[in-house]
Design a protein around this ligand. Structure first.
Ligand code: CU
Length: 69
């Protein structure tokens, strides 16, 4: 199990937090996604080999938010 923290732009309330977490947790291989609203980050626990950073970015973008690099 690996962990990564991504910076996400556009999250402003509990709805955003839930939307981002849900979009990530719907991906196969993601065990847990946890948003910190004040830090504008999401911490993702996932299985390597099943899912990639690109998948995280796509899921977040599709949910209407932006990964900041
Ligand atoms: Cu919101």
């Amino acid at each position: 199990m690996k962990q990564v923290v991504l910076n996400v732009d556009g999250m402003s309330c509990k709805h955003c937090k839930a939307a981002v977490e849900k979009s990530l947790q719907n991906l196969a291989g993601v065990k847990k996604a946890s948003v910190n609203l004040s830090a504008k980050t999401v911490k993702i626990s996932y299985e390597t080999g099943k899912v990639t950073l690109d998948d995280f970015e796509k899921a977040i973008t599709d949910a209407g938010y932006e990964v900041v690099k």
